[in-house]
Ligand binder design. Structure first.
Ligand code: NAP
Length: 320
């Protein structure tokens, strides 16, 4: 298959291109920064410089590539997190999820592309009521924190647009990423004891290793049917379980505990809701329909052994 990967230099894109190439796919990979084209070429892809918000350029690039499938992995989350002004922090990502998705879908339609797989998310998006683990059929949060309304609406938009389009349209709801390029800032905060358990820490989180998210994307490209899939590991867990464990395996002191009122004052409503009322996700549908399962089935093994690049095997050299 010829696959057009929009956003190939990010945490997920970098780990998606190599398995696609290994499986014999012809990969056209985009970045908005000319200085990154060599890195994409080194991964085995044909690089294209593209601003995902420029509809005309997206149309031209897709038409020129003539792909069988498009993958949308464009986000703009590399900056400093700001949970208090969540929608401001996510503003560019929200544009990539709304206008960026529309541009790719229009380009796909014009070029006769049969399949589009887009990145969505599961976590703070979930209704904060009912059981601790949600399926794809469960509702989004009907009352998101004020600071997150635009970001939730953008995810809603992306999923509706992709799954309602006249092609095989798939939205993969990734859990919280960890792995090389995804968890360094979290680990640093944990090491500095600046990532406390807030309130009762009963909020449930679902995690996914980047390589498992990449493998699910390959599976969705090769076998997925229109719809939404949760792509998470097998063990949704409350903050009181995963956070002290993460601190332990990275050699940090146990996380501090702060009451909800103090957490609200220091980090805002989003942080408190996430830590006390968050809901996890079930991966049953993805396992069943995509014939995929996470190699890192639990964040326990993943946090212990999968945060960094794997050690080179005997006989393999570490670098060039
Ligand atoms: N589910 C999750 O937990 C989740 C999901 C997404 C991200 N994150 C986290 O957020 C952090 C940053 O993510 P990231 O490393 O993937 O970086 P990022 O800044 O979010 O970029 C992702 C991709 O989007 C591309 N992009 C950004 N703006 C674009 C534009 N206007 N037009 C075209 N492409 C554009 C980037 O390409 P160029 O910069 O090369 O143009 C890159 O390939 C990481 O820690 C990651 O783990 C987490």
């Amino acid at each position: 298959m010829r696959v057009f990967v929009a956003g190939a230099t990010g945490a997920i894109g970098r780990r998606l291109v190599p398995p696609l190439v290994e499986r014999g796919h012809d990969v056209v990979a985009t970045t908005s920064r000319p200085e990154k084209v060599d890195a994409l070429r080194a991964l085995g892809a044909r690089p294209v410089v593209l601003d995902g918000l420029d509809g005309v350029a997206v149309g031209e690039a897709v038409a020129r590539a003539e792909p069988d499938a498009i993958v949308h992995q464009m986000t703009a989350l590399a900056g400093k997190p700001d949970l208090r002004r969540f929608d401001r922090w996510f503003a560019d990502t929200n544009e990539l999820r709304t206008k960026g998705t529309e541009h790719l879908l229009a380009a796909a339609r014009a070029a006769g592309v049969g399949r589009l797989v887009a990145q969505s998310y599961t976590g703070w998006t979930n209704a904060r009521s009912g059981g601790p683990v949600k399926t794809e059929a469960d509702a989004f949060d009907a009352r998101p924190a004020r600071a997150q309304r635009e970001s939730l609406a953008a995810i809603h938009f992306l999923e509706d647009a992709v799954t309602g389009a006249p092609l095989e349209g798939i939205a993969l709801r990734f859990g919280n990423f960890y792995g090389p390029g995804a968890s360094e800032s979290l680990v640093e905060l944990v090491r500095k004891r600046q990532f406390p358990v807030i309130g009762d820490g009963g909020g449930v989180w679902s995690w996914i290793h980047l390589d498992d998210a990449a493998a699910a994307t390959v599976a969705a490209l090769e076998r997925g049917r229109s719809g939404v899939y949760n792509v998470v590991d097998d063990e949704p867990a409350p903050v009181t379980e995963w956070l002290p464990y993460l601190a332990q395996v990275v050699g940090a002191k146990p996380p501090r505990r702060v009451p909800a009122w103090l957490g609200r004052l220091a980090a805002g409503e989003v942080a408190v809701q996430w830590m006390t009322e968050g809901r996890g996700a079930s991966n049953e549908k993805a396992k069943r329909e995509l014939d995929w399962q996470p190699a890192w089935s639990s964040w326990r093994g993943g946090f212990r052994d999968g945060l960094g690049e794997p050690a080179p095997r005997r006989g393999e050299r570490a670098g060039p």
